[in-house]
Design a protein around this ligand. Structure first.
Ligand code: SAM
Length: 307
């Protein structure tokens, strides 16, 4: 199979599942398998230059190892036993930037197949509560398997339309963090061999953006919410900056955009004032799949008077 130039630039990222192991033990395991460990990367260019049986620790994310693009670890014991998760670097940003403290109550609104949920569980150290929802029964079944393999406990997974989840239900009264990674056009996904999908039509983009806006609005209505991450694997402004801008406008001064990861090189498109607080990712600039992340926080009452 021919691999597209974009795909050949994206390294193989390996997230160490800290619910089951630690970074040092995984590094030792790969060394015993004949890989050479080159230490922590100093620049993104180093990630791109990797070749052969060499690997690095990522420079941005603490539990992420980086292998050359061609590395296939699907049969590796560490993967089949849930000790490592094969997850693109950009897709590790949402849970990392949400960063709930251990013990928090968190909603993962569109959760399947669950890579970000298992990342959240690792950040929570399995302490606290995750309420995970997905509308698709097959994807929920796959997610159950994945979460069990990853050693996730303290996660209530429901096959349910997130838009029908009642924010006033006392079950969710302590939910302070929400991760919203809704269905999108997927236009940022780099395909490893099949060529690029056709661009989505204007009608499809409009329909997706409509759902994304409704889901974001719904998420912001959870009464104890403090921090929310909105993410997509889309390159389209309609599904990204435009959604965030429209919903923030509806909420007036109740929520604000946080400048996430100031050292991240690739920022939101200048669609509105402050959009550079958002993050973007792309094969050309960050050597990842194409991605968008926005971090929103509830404004404290009187914060303007008491900075
Ligand atoms: N966060 C997931 C992960 O990291 O593994 C990927 C989520 S995927 C981009 C979007 C998911 O949203 C799909 O699994 C889809 O079934 C689900 N979805 C779509 N509409 C939904 C709704 N109304 N309520 C809950 N889930 C929904």
């Amino acid at each position: 199979q021919a691999v597209s130039p974009a795909a050949s630039q994206v390294p193989r990222y390996v997230r160490v599942n800290t619910l089951k192991t630690c970074v040092d033990d995984v590094i030792d395991f790969f060394k015993r398998q004949g890989y050479t460990y080159l230490g922590k990367a100093a620049s993104v260019e180093e990630l791109k230059a990797l070749s052969g049986k060499k690997f690095l620790l990522d420079l941005h994310l603490p539990e992420l190892l980086v292998f050359p693009a061609q590395t296939d670890l699907h049969d590796n014991l560490l993967y089949t036993s849930g000790h490592i998760i094969l997850q693109d670097k950009a897709s590790c940003l949402p849970a990392f930037l949400l960063g709930p403290a251990a013990g928090s109550h968190v909603i993962d609104a569109c959760a399947a197949p669950g890579n970000k949920t298992s990342h959240l569980a690792a950040i929570l150290k399995n302490k606290g509560q995750i309420f995970a929802f997905d509308v698709d029964p097959k994807r929920v079944a796959t997610m159950n398997t994945l979460l069990t393999r990853a050693g996730v406990t303290g996660c209530q997974l429901a096959q349910q339309d997130f838009l029908t989840v009642d924010p006033r239900d006392s079950k969710y009264s302590r939910v302070t963090h929400i991760l919203l990674d809704p269905s999108c056009s997927g236009s940022g996904m780099v395909t490893r061999g099949l060529g690029q999908e056709a661009a989505p039509s204007a009608e499809r983009l409009q329909a997706l953006a409509g759902f994304q806006r409704r889901a974001l609005n719904h998420a912001l209505s959870f009464p104890a919410l403090q921090r929310l991450v909105y993410s997509t694997c889309s390159l389209h402004q309609e599904e990204n900056e435009d959604v965030v801008q429209a919903v923030l406008q509806e909420w007036g001064s109740a929520f604000r955009l946080v400048t996430a990861f100031p050292s991240w090189p690739c920022r939101g498109l200048a669609a509105f004032s402050g959009a550079e607080s958002c993050l973007r990712a792309s094969p050309a600039e960050t050597f990842t799949h194409g991605f968008f992340v926005a971090v929103l926080e509830r404004c404290r009452e009187g914060a303007a008077e008491n900075p």
